[in-house]
Design a protein around this ligand. Structure first.
Ligand code: UT7
Length: 331
């Protein structure tokens, strides 16, 4: 069985930069508070009228350009997002339509911050069993249209940004290179800790006047609880992933963690005894882009020449659900 590897990477970030000082003008917060608690300096916001699938389209075009391929070369699409264009159908089909292709299968993955790693694991399995040769995995988020720009929502609003990252997964000709393993977890007991319950399928109608009240219209989060469980689970799942590959922490060249909070990643590095500069971060400039954060980070470290052929890379994510996971690859 051939290993699967990431053949190409691409990204898209909306042009509009929104700094902490811009947010200070909208509600009571401060650049100092945001930077101290999260590390974030600025994030990108898409304009009104833009869809999540539009961001994904641009990231896909970039990924295809880098691969020297055309949309027709894609033979399956996996789309990870928590900010879909509409309730149904899934956003994968909208991306497919915008790419001008038909027939290839589209799968939507709804695993929030871990969405990219769940999707990558599925792509890896499809490629390894020989079912598909060019699987497009896109993580795309359009958070900024669904955030509460008032005092009540400030804890969540300051953290999130828009963006999209895409990778093409296909067979690796070199058996030593590629995705080595994926380790996926979830614990539904924490499902209410970070959620957006804009509709309720048990009710008729599913969107009532009550659901449109402010407390339902925007995401809700018990931030401290997310933080506490994240800093415990992230090191655990990294150790699980390393053990599965007979690797030690010292063997890893780069850790590419989901970008939820700079402090979470710093805590995780400390708990693992890893030098902070092995944990790469770009949350300072993009905020938390949920399913897009890991492919955006891969693209950034490639662009900067940090990620090199043969490097051992550990990707890790934790978020709403709770869902979490880690994947190991040799680049
Ligand atoms: O991908 C997963 C997504 N989510 C996460 O990873 C979130 C994980 N959690 C966190 O990152 C942190 O819990 C936060 C950054 C969200 C919050 O930090 P915290 O240290 O847990 O703060 P807190 O919620 O306990 O709030 C402390 C204070 C409160 O004021 P009082 O009650 O002490 O007077 C808040 O009202 O900070 C206040 N506060 C703010 N102040 C300025 C909350 N949000 C803001 C804000 N600006 N945006």
């Amino acid at each position: 069985m051939k290993r699967a590897r990431i053949l190409s990477v691409g990204k898209y970030l909306p042009e509009r930069r929104v700094t902490n000082f811009d947010l200070e003008k909208m509600f009571e917060t401060s650049d100092e508070w945001i930077q101290q608690r999260s590390g974030i300096i600025e994030r990108r916001y898409a304009d009104e009228g833009v869809y999540c699938s539009d961001l994904a389209l641009e990231a896909t075009k970039d990924c295809l350009k880098n691969a020297g391929m055309k949309p027709e070369d894609i033979d399956f699409i996996i789309f990870a997002t928590l900010s879909p264009d509409i309730h149904f159908p899934g956003t994968g089909v909208f991306l497919q339509r915008k790419l001008g292709i038909t027939d290839v299968g589209c799968l939507d993955v709804r695993n929030q911050c871990t969405g990219f790693l769940y999707s990558l694991a599925i792509a890896d399995a499809f490629v390894r069993i020989g079912m598909y040769k060019r699987v497009l995995v896109v993580g795309s988020e359009l958070h900024s249209h669904a955030l509460n720009y008032s005092f009540a929502g400030r804890d969540v609003t300051v953290l999130f940004g828009d963006g999209a990252g895409a990778v093409l997964v296909g067979p690796s000709d070199d058996p030593s290179r590629g995705i080595l393993s994926s380790h996926l977890h979830a614990d539904g007991r924490f499902a209410d800790i970070l959620k957006l319950d804009i509709f309720d399928i048990s009710r008729k109608p599913i969107v009532s006047e009550k659901m449109l009240e402010v407390q339902h219209r925007y995401p809700k989060m018990i931030g401290k609880e997310v933080f506490k469980v994240a800093v415990e689970r992230i090191p655990l799942v990294i150790r699980e992933a390393l053990e599965a590959n007979n690797l030690k922490v010292e063997d890893v060249d780069l850790f590419l963690p989901h970008q939820a909070n700079l402090r979470i990643n710093q805590f995780a590095a400390e708990r693992l005894g890893v030098a902070q500069d092995k944990f790469y971060n770009n949350i300072q400039y993009y905020g938390n882009t949920t399913a897009a954060s890991i492919p955006l980070l891969i693209d950034d470290v490639l662009e900067k020449g940090i990620l090199k052929e043969g490097n051992i890379v550990v990707m890790v994510a934790f978020g709403s659900g709770f869902t979490w996971g880690a994947s190991v690859m040799r680049w």
